[in-house]
Design a protein around this ligand. Structure first.
Ligand code: SF4
Length: 374
């Protein structure tokens, strides 16, 4: 389907959503259709025509395809429903307060595409955790107002940029009025899945520019593979940057997608050459139904260091980290069977900056903080 003649709204309406839609690209047999329809009953399928145009449909191992096309590996029950125990940080249905100075607002359960490794897939099953009505959001704003230690708000979801302009204007307007909030971050895969949402909607850019004059706005993109960096995604990123909005990137380390030092180096380099610094390479969380993406920590460390050898000092500022229940844990190094770690952020304020030495288990791989031995 030719996306170039479609508005961004039409792209969302006409995306690949069913196994029949998928069959027109991927050519599935009857058995595959039946099994994949069960997979997408549990977690939906959505591929915009633009993103579908980036996939090499003849290659079953195409990295972009692995990110977005459901797989029978999702029948695996290994892992956790809420791997970072976000429930324990939830202070209101759509608000989390884990780190003292940061409030996390889950603004929607919708996205411009559903990543098969998503750690918030539970939101699609439980929409109660997202405030859909203005009244519910008022409680969120009151909470932030009454917590002067909160100096920044991260608006995530779902994907904050699939919200309507009106809704986004409302949310940004309310947050911008809170004096002690100095910075707003918008977490989004829109520049990757649907860059036209930004490049073709002048009103959205006007809204972001308007509030950027009141509070510094950071758009946190989520590019995982160099094939996602296109003329159109870069045009979008440049539009944001040229309007004074800061753009940073986060990447998730994923088996079969970017588990290659050269691929990671290309990703970090191409982003930084276009004004976007990747600040985290995240270890894939042990989320249920996505265990096929996981990479052992010692392998991830080698990939990370192999990539960093090939990039400039600026791109080397990226940190390899795990978003654990207890905090954001940086993997500082691995030497023989010892792993060196540090809390970049911590749920317990006194743990921030704490350095830790743990052991990798013998005879089995460690994938997560909880797999490590004291
Ligand atoms: S865009 Fe983010 S929230 Fe949405 S499916 Fe992908 S990882 Fe999950």
């Amino acid at each position: 389907m030719e996306y170039k003649n479609m508005s961004w709204q039409e792209q969302l309406r006409n995306g690949v959503k069913t196994v029949e839609d998928l069959d027109s690209y991927a050519k599935l047999n009857a058995e595959e259709k039946l099994r994949l329809s069960k997979v997408i009953d549990a977690f939906p399928l959505l591929i915009t025509p633009y993103y579908a145009s980036l996939v090499d449909w003849k290659n079953p191992n195409d990295p972009i395809r692995k990110i977005i096309v459901p797989s029978e590996s999702e029948f695996s029950e290994e892992g956790l429903f809420d791997p970072s125990n976000e429930k324990s940080n939830t202070v209101l249905p759509s608000l989390q307060h884990k780190y003292r100075n940061t409030a996390l607002l889950l603004s929607t359960s919708n996205c411009a595409g559903y990543c098969r490794f998503c750690f918030r897939r539970r939101l699609k099953e439980n929409c109660d955790s997202v405030a859909e009505k203005k009244d519910e959001l008022n409680e969120v704003f009151e909470y932030i107002k009454s917590h002067p230690e909160i100096d920044n708000v991260l608006i995530s979801g779902g994907d904050s940029l699939v919200l309507s302009n009106e809704r986004l204007d409302f949310i940004l307007g309310k947050i911008s009025k809170i004096n002690h909030v100095k910075m707003i971050r918008l977490a989004t895969r829109v520049p990757v899945f649907l860059p036209q949402r930004i490049s073709e909607d002048k009103e959205l850019l006007e809204i972001l520019t308007k509030y950027n004059k009141k509070k510094q706005i950071y758009v946190i993109t989520h590019f995982n593979h160099p094939d996602e960096i296109t003329t159109e995604s870069i045009k979008t990123v440049k539009l944001l940057i040229n309007n004074g909005i800061q753009v940073r990137n986060q990447t998730v380390l994923l088996k079969g997608v970017n588990d290659d030092a050269d691929v990671l180096a290309k990703l970090f380099n191409e982003l930084v050459f276009n004004g976007v610094v990747t600040y985290y390479l995240f270890q894939c969380r042990p989320v249920k139904k996505s265990s096929h993406f996981k990479i052992p920590l010692n392998e991830g460390w080698k990939l990370f260091e192999g990539a960093k050898k090939q990039v400039s000092g600026l791109a080397k500022t990226v940190r390899y980290a795990m978003s654990h229940t207890t905090g954001k844990v940086e993997i500082c190094g691995i030497l023989e069977n010892k792993i060196y770690l540090k809390y970049i952020q911590a749920k317990k304020y006194e743990d921030i900056g704490k350095f830790m030495i743990k052991k990798l288990p013998k005879n089995k791989d460690a994938y997560w903080f909880d797999d490590l031995i004291e």
